[in-house]
Design a protein around this ligand. Structure first.
Ligand SMILES: Nc1ncnc2c1ncn2[C@@H]1O[C@H](COP(=O)(O)OP(=O)(O)OP(=O)(O)O)[C@@H](O)[C@H]1O
Length: 440
């Protein structure tokens, strides 16, 4: 197919060619493919083949800027429209069909005048893509209200195929995307969610300085190898604690969270992408659009808010297909955060979605069977084998042990403590710890 040479690829990856052909035939498409599988090419290639503009809605300005920059470097005429665009001529140029790819925020797409669309339509539009389309759904983990209004553009963009793309979509979310965007007889591609090169592991921890020291040692070991490391923390306080501990040991670590100014975040992202820092300690704000091929280790310090966000964040690992490792460390206290997370929700559906997703993430933490199978089942995919051989539960042989004596002792200790003081006190009593002396 002409145009592939712009990207320096010799062959298509699975599904890319099929989707591109359907788009060229003007068919609506829903593309659900794993992180790093190459969804972007599905909307990047049609404008080069048809000579018409491709419109792409994307949720983050930084994501659009990165894509525009990398397309320009490949000699492709691309620009973006949104609040961060300082060049006022972009919109006027765009309506003449000047750009091969035009990115815009959902907010911009909803307020741009009808005259813009009609002029652009006359010049030629080959597709309207909605990237990170799970943001449309209240059942998704990153709901954006503006995404819900994109369907009104169908009346202006008559005859233009709508293409929704996402890396995480359960069946509920998929149905929501199709209905919300009013996709007509869409060509649906659901590729496997299995990232075979990723090892998944989980450990329960007791939060505190001794664990931070342990974690830092693990990061140090990883830094000694090749590639980069991302440490996802649940709070900004944790980000600061871990990065401070790393810096004290002389490890150059970047930080990234929502309370940093956009300049500081961009700088941290840039340093990481260019390998000037190999460790990034971040909140989930460091999520979408991290396209670094050689991240070898993703660590979650705390149980993630949803299993979808865990899949997406751990999916930043091993995008080049080389074996990489995802460890999740959780504390029991992480599971009590449901009400806090629900505080951010706007509707009852969102509350239910948040609770369901948090429960799924908890079940993932507590699992004693294959983690890959559980993850894939969550996304509606059947994994026929019982074990994957590449997660902690599948790699530990003979996991079953007779723990009846330990269980008996624990129950006795809980009883002796009168059922008060939570679980840590009876454990401390059993360990003979000096703190394990219950107040009389
Ligand atoms: N046909 C191909 N041959 C070789 N490399 C490819 C091909 N298609 C895409 N890639 C590369 O794969 C990487 C991931 O592609 P892309 O960013 O499109 O993934 P994605 O599916 O959009 O992921 P995410 O959902 O995480 O954003 C990029 O570095 C891209 O250059």
């Amino acid at each position: 197919m002409p145009g592939l040479k712009y990207f320096g690829y010799s062959v298509f990856r699975p599904y890319q060619k099929d989707v591109i052909q359907r788009i060229i035939e003007k068919r609506d498409c829903l593309v659900v493919m794993a992180t790093g599988s190459g969804k972007s090419l599905c909307y990047q290639l049609p404008p080069l083949v048809t000579g018409k503009t491709a419109l792409v809605v994307s949720p983050l300005i930084s994501l659009m800027q990165d894509q525009v920059m990398s397309l320009k470097q490949r000699g492709i005429n691309a620009e973006f429209l949104g609040s961060a665009q300082t060049d006022s001529s972009v919109q006027t140029k765009a309506e003449t069909g000047y750009f091969q790819l035009l990115f815009m925020t959902p907010e911009k797409a909803c307020i741009i005048p009808i005259s813009f669309w009609s002029k652009l339509l006359k010049a030629g539009v080959c597709l309207f893509a909605v990237d990170e389309a799970h943001c449309i759904s209240e059942w998704g983990h990153d709901f954006r209200l503006e995404y819900k209004q994109l369907d009104k553009l169908r009346t202006f963009l008559l005859g233009v195929p709508f293409v929704a793309l996402t890396a995480t979509a359960t069946e509920k979310v998929r149905i929501d995307i199709i209905n919300s965007l009013k996709l007509k007889n869409p060509y649906v591609t659901i590729a496997s969610f299995d990232r075979k090169n990723l090892f998944y592991g989980v450990k329960v921890i007791n939060r505190g300085q001794s664990f931070v020291d342990e974690l830092v040692q693990e990061i140090l070991k990883s830094v000694a190898g090749a590639g980069s490391i991302i440490v996802y923390c649940m709070t900004i306080k944790d980000v600061e604690e871990i990065s401070k501990a790393l810096k004290q040991l002389g490890v150059k670590a970047g930080t990234y969270h929502g309370q940093m100014g956009s300049k500081a975040r961009e700088e941290a992202h840039r340093l990481f992408i260019r390998d000037e820092i190999r460790v990034m300690v971040a909140t989930m704000a460091f999520g979408m659009g991290i396209d670094k091929p050689d991240v070898r280790h993703v660590i979650h310090y705390g149980c993630p808010k949803t299993l979808e966000s865990y899949y997406q964040e751990s999916g930043r690992c091993g995008r080049d297909g080389i074996a990489s490792v995802c460890w999740l460390y959780y504390a029991r206290s992480n599971f009590a955060k449901g009400d806090f997370y629900c505080g951010e929700s706007q509707t009852e559906n969102q509350r239910t979605a948040i609770m369901e997703s948090l429960l799924a993430a908890q079940r993932y933490c507590l699992l004693t069977t294959c983690r890959r199978k559980f993850l894939l089942n969550h996304f509606g995919e059947t994994y026929s084998a019982e074990t994957c051989g590449n997660c902690d539960n599948c790699m530990v042989s003979n996991r079953e042990r007779d723990m009846s004596r330990e269980s008996y002792l624990l129950m006795t200790s809980i009883q002796a403590c009168g059922g008060y003081w939570g679980l840590n006190m009876p454990i401390d009593v059993l360990r003979g710890s000096r703190v394990g002396t219950p107040p009389q």
